[in-house]
Ligand binder design. Structure first.
Ligand code: KG4
Ligand code: ZN
Length: 331
């Protein structure tokens, strides 16, 4: 079965083709980083307009890379939510038009579940149940994953997502968007113990909260001025450490509570090297296995959407033309 996946929930316009396995045969991601760079964050209207310009091109490029024609596709999957409504509508509308013209089945995908499913492109035998930590620009949550479509929310952020905290503090520091990447780069040669930022909600609760940490960073900049040189590196390393420590601590706590021995970390922030290292070290002590999708599959892409779509299409589901985008889709 050949499946076309389409992703346009935020600022990446992407298409991918997967074959049985799931095996990735071709993929294209048109990033909008240069468009949003001057604003220090995603501008929804600019994002959806650019998706309209690029969507057909990325589908054609993914097909070309896979060496297959549009007519050879057996089914289509598209991110239907959560995300920016204008951005989502571009992908959903394109997918519906293709499904109708080709008379092929169509499924709408939850973006968060797709992030988790990215692991199966590298490790098709990865087992259920596992604990999923989804950590991205829009979401930070822990879920128990018992199978496809069997996700149970354990906890989530009560305010900002971890990626959002990275992006906002990077902007405050005058660093480039996306902030997580810039803070990681600056922090590489910084001292993570230089500043003791608060570890948000360190108690027994599994919910996350990052707005207090963000405020603490703002207050420090207001008081001491913008850090430069080595001070900037120390600031970035210390801020990153506070986010990483909180994510690691709550994830291990949840794994223990749910008696799960496998953790899967997914979403854009899962590309963070410090998070990968510290999560692996902490889990190792508990004899818990940790898996991360390849770094290139952590940030938004269509390969994860195509892989999840293939698994769902196999069950015979077809959402048809009634499919609609849902900006606030939950788990
Ligand atoms: O999953 P994603 O591409 O989009 C959403 O679904 O939100 O995640 C984007 C987020 C941004 O906040 C970005 O700053 C963060 O992931 N990010 C990182 C890294 N790479 C991307 N955060 C920390 N370290 C990284 N290496
Ligand atoms: Zn995402």
């Amino acid at each position: 079965m050949l499946v076309l996946g389409i992703e346009s929930s935020c600022d990446e316009c992407a298409a991918a083709i997967v074959g049985p396995g799931p095996k990735l045969l071709g993929q294209q991601v048109a990033s909008q980083i240069p468009i949003h760079l001057p604003y220090g964050g995603v501008v929804p209207e600019l994002a959806s307009r650019d998706h309209v310009r690029k969507i057909i091109m990325v589908v054609e490029q993914a097909l070309e890379q896979a060496g297959c024609s549009l007519e050879a596709i057996d089914g289509i999957g598209v991110t239907a939510g959560p995300g920016l409504i204008g951005s989502l509508l571009v992908g959903v509308t394109a997918a519906k038009a293709l499904a109708w013209s080709l008379a092929k089945p169509l499924v709408g995908i939850n973006h968060l579940e797709a992030h988790l499913h990215a692991i199966f492109l590298e490790r098709p035998q990865f087992e259920y149940p596992h604990l999923g930590l989804i950590v991205s620009g829009g979401h930070t949550c822990l879920v128990r994953v018992d199978g496809i479509g069997k996700l149970h929310l354990i906890s989530r952020t009560l305010d900002d997502a971890a990626g959002e905290a990275f992006d906002k503090v990077a902007k405050l520091l005058g660093l480039e968007y996306p902030g997580g990447v810039s803070i990681q780069r600056q922090g590489r040669s910084g001292n993570p113990a230089a500043i003791s930022f608060p570890r948000p909600m360190p108690g027994k609760r599994l919910d996350f909260s990052f707005s207090g940490l963000k405020t603490s960073a703002c207050v420090r900049v207001k008081k001491d001025g913008l850090p430069r040189g080595q001070a900037l590196k120390d600031f970035a390393a210390s801020f990153q450490e506070a986010i990483v420590d909180t994510l690691v601590k709550k994830t291990i706590m949840a794994a223990r509570k749910e008696r799960l021995t496998q953790i899967l970390v997914a979403g854009g922030v899962a590309a963070n090297i410090r998070l990968r290292d510290k999560m692996e070290a902490a889990a190792g002590q508990e004899e818990i296995e940790v898996a991360f999708p390849p770094i290139s599959m952590c940030t938004d892409n269509a390969a994860m959407v195509a892989a999840l779509s293939a698994a769902i299409l196999k069950t015979g589901r077809d959402d048809g033309l009634a499919l609609d985008a849902c900006a606030s889709m939950t788990i």
